[in-house]
Design a protein around this ligand. Structure first.
Ligand SMILES: [Zn+2]
Length: 271
């Protein structure tokens, strides 16, 4: 049995009267996107016309590029772009970051890290590396914010933290998920950034920057029989960001292009 609203099945979520438990909660306590928008825009109004007064956590993928476009073109804010290069970003993503910083005349700080050990560990166990990876990245970005006395870190995440697009981090820094209140569909996002010469790498999974994701999903899939992205993708369907057909494709066992495997080996993974 499949949930009538999202793409969960009995294999991945409990289903009651045709709806999965996540959709039931959503129906009972629907998020207030107008309120989210007000909270975000209240903060962004204060930053209008400034440069380097907030940070954009930048990966060069379609989401952070969309967030950057909104910040600069709609909100008239020039953020300090911080890109944490974990050694496994697609070449195209880095190129996007460099090109866009130049295009908008922004400062771009690139922090080089090496997540080889983290990824080798997750891949060998068939577990998702995403949570640990993003936690480490946010820690680096937060350190930059603290050292420069910057209060806001904007990200391109498209899903809210439950009912808010804003999360308080340690010591007064706030993280703002800029795209969350606006619920922009995947195809509209590509249209939004079309004029920016966005380069899209050929990768498995729902990503336009991470070289590891596809293989990580594949290993997890072979262990558990479903993709670890299922909750995120199902939420996107529930919120109207993805259509069901596309979403179902995204949670299938991915094929990883050979060139990606070779690239991962070259960069240090045991795959
Ligand atoms: Zn559902």
């Amino acid at each position: 049995m499949e949930c009538s609203l999202c793409i969960h099945t009995e294999k991945t979520k409990k289903i009651i009267n045709g709806l999965c438990v996540d959709c039931l909660t959503y129906k009972k306590y629907p998020p207030d996107f107008e309120k989210m928008k007000e909270e975000v825009e209240e903060r962004l109004r204060k930053l209008r016309g400034t440069k380097d007064k907030c940070i954009l956590s930048f990966s060069g993928g379609k989401d952070s590029v969309s967030a950057l476009k909104m910040l600069v073109e709609d909100f008239k804010i020039k953020p300090l772009c911080v890109l944490v290069d974990n050694k496994y970003l697609a070449r195209e993503a880095i190129e996007n970051a460099l090109n866009l910083a130049k295009h908008y005349n922004l400062n771009l700080l690139i922090i080089n890290k090496d997540f080889t050990e983290l990824f080798n560990d997750a891949l060998s166990r068939g577990e998702s590396p995403c949570r640990r990876c993003s936690r480490l990245i946010m820690r680096s970005v937060w350190k930059v914010a603290k050292s420069l006395n910057i209060k806001y870190i904007i990200t391109g995440h498209e899903l809210p933290f439950g009912h808010s697009a804003i999360r308080r981090m340690k010591e007064g820094v706030e993280m703002i998920r800029l795209l969350a209140p606006y619920r922009i569909k995947e195809e509209d996002k590509y249209k939004m950034i079309e004029h920016l010469n966005f380069k899209k790498p050929n990768l498995a999974g729902y990503t336009t920057n991470c070289l590891v994701l596809g293989l990580a999903i594949q290993r997890f899939y072979d262990k558990y029989g479903f993709s670890f992205e299922i909750d995120r993708i199902a939420t996107m369907v529930r919120l109207g960001l993805l259509d069901k057909e596309r979403a179902k494709k995204l949670v299938e066992r991915p094929e990883v292009p050979l060139e990606v495997i070779l690239e991962l080996r070259k960069r240090g993974l045991r795959v």
